[in-house]
Design a protein around this ligand. Structure first.
Ligand SMILES: Nc1ncnc2c1ncn2[C@@H]1O[C@H](COP(=O)(O)OP(=O)(O)OP(=O)(O)O)[C@@H](O)[C@H]1O
Ligand SMILES: [Mg+2]
Length: 419
């Protein structure tokens, strides 16, 4: 770093220091150096105590500049010549908001891949990378330093803000930096896992809240416990309770629907169902996979597993979406061949790292992404992984019974039906 460059980065500090030294020497010439140091010390103290602008403007500015340089130094040590240039560092509810300029030759996706490296360098829990829409060379980096998911997520702002569509607008909750998490499900199934009481059924209700208010979507519920999804029964086309034989018949019907839809699409030269093309979407919500696959009659359980695997593997392009929850994320229930067909995976708190990996995919726990690290009191918190990318820590919204009842009434009105 050249001397002018160094000076331009430290000009404020250098100017203040120079001012101090000049005054100190001038005063020292008159009253002696030791007295001058006492007087200057008192003057500094008085300035800090009495001057509001020193307290509220100068000191925070110096602190921000110090954080900026520290951030730049740490990123430089971690990324060497790929390190982006740090423009500013401000406070953020999650920790810090750092604005960066991407190094020429680098890109936002590359920075996203480097997020874990930057998090380690900045000694943070996580960093999130958000590109500026109007200028791809500028990036906001949210450095997550504290737990921000302790508070329950109120569903009202999320439900009120979005026009729901199973295609591209299913609000789930918020992420660690307070942004709304909104996903599109057509073309991607969602697998949810977690120990008892971790928030799976509540998350299913969040998905159902969006699907029920999308009048183009038919809902099929499979509820291994019968009572978990009961509140959604009025809006469901099919509702299957704790009966594996009935569930198998329903899956057969679903397969018939899927096959006939593909035949029709082939005749029309279509490859997949798209928004606005007249096909209705179908949301299949399955609470408690283990009940259907590993409860009682082995033959029926194996048949269910086979039919579900087939639907999950083939139904995506037909506009049929499966959202399944499992209390026991083990490989016999969720073999990797089944899991890999779920484009979205959400791991609520799991008892072990292995259980977390069963949902997210093997290897994440060794990268320190494990739902076993979620505190038991943080119900509804989980790691959401989209097919590509890095798992994001989110908290799903909590719809209580009264809110579900309001949503169901609205959904029935939109569908022109009565309870
Ligand atoms: N997102 C959330 N926000 C706040 N509280 C939640 C959330 N999710 C779950 N809870 C709380 O945890 C309780 C249990 O949640 P839920 O019934 O969804 O667990 P589960 O994983 O389905 O359990 P089980 O496997 O026993 O069915 C809820 O009644 C609610 O009080
Ligand atoms: Mg449940």
């Amino acid at each position: 770093m050249t001397a002018p460059h160094l000076l331009s980065r430290w000009h404020l500090e250098a100017g203040l220091l120079a001012l101090y030294v000049v005054d100190f020497l001038a005063l020292g010439g008159k009253i002696g150096l030791s007295r001058a140091s006492v007087v200057m010390g008192c003057v500094l103290l008085l300035l800090v105590v009495c001057s509001r602008s020193v307290r509220t403007e100068l000191l925070p500015l110096l602190h921000r500049r110090h954080r900026l340089r520290l951030t730049q130094l740490r990123l430089h040590l971690a990324l060497k010549e790929r390190a982006p240039v740090v423009w500013s560092v401000d406070s953020h509810p999650a920790g810090e908001l750092v604005t960066l300029a991407v190094h020429i030759g680098s890109s936002i996706p590359e920075l996203e891949r480097l997020a874990p490296v930057m998090a380690a360098a900045l000694r943070a829990r996580d960093v999130k990378v958000y590109g500026h829409r109007e200028d791809q060379s500028l990036v906001d980096l949210v450095v997550v330093r504290r737990e921000t998911l302790e508070r329950e997520v109120n569903p009202v702002p999320l439900l009120g803000r979005y026009e729901p569509s199973l295609f591209d607008c299913v609000p789930l909750g918020i992420d660690e930096v307070g942004r709304h998490v909104v996903i599109g499900l057509v073309g991607r199934h969602l697998l949810i896992g977690g120990e008892p009481g971790s928030g799976k059924s509540v998350t299913l209700s969040a998905v159902l809240a969006a699907a029920s208010r999308d009048p183009n979507c038919d809902i099929w519920c499979f509820d291994g416990k019968l009572v978990e999804l009961a509140a959604w029964r009025p809006v469901a086309e099919r509702f299957i309770g704790a009966d594996v034989a009935e569930a198998n018949e329903a899956l057969l019907d679903l397969r018939t629907l899927m096959d006939s839809r593909y035949e029709e699409m082939e005749a029309r030269g279509r490859r997949k169902v798209e928004k606005g093309d007249g096909y209705r979407t179908v949301l299949v919500v399955l609470d408690e996979l283990a009940f259907y696959v590993a409860n009682g009659d082995k033959k029926q359980g194996a048949l269910f597993a086979e039919r579900l695997r087939d639907v999950v593997a083939r139904a995506r392009a037909a506009g049929i979406v499966v959202v399944a929850a499992t209390q026991k994320p083990s490989t016999d229930l969720v073999p990797s061949a089944l899991r890999d067909n779920f484009g979205y995976r959400l791991a609520h708190r799991c008892a072990t790292r292995e259980a977390s990996d069963t949902i997210l995919g093997s290897g994440w726990a060794t990268n320190d992404v494990s739902a076993s690290s979620i505190a038991p009191k943080l119900r509804g918190v989980g790691y959401l992984l989209a097919e590509e990318g890095y798992p994001s820590r989110i908290r799903t919204m909590h719809l209580d019974d009264a809110t579900i009842s309001v949503v169901v009434d609205e959904a029935l009105r939109l569908r022109g039906r009565k309870r």
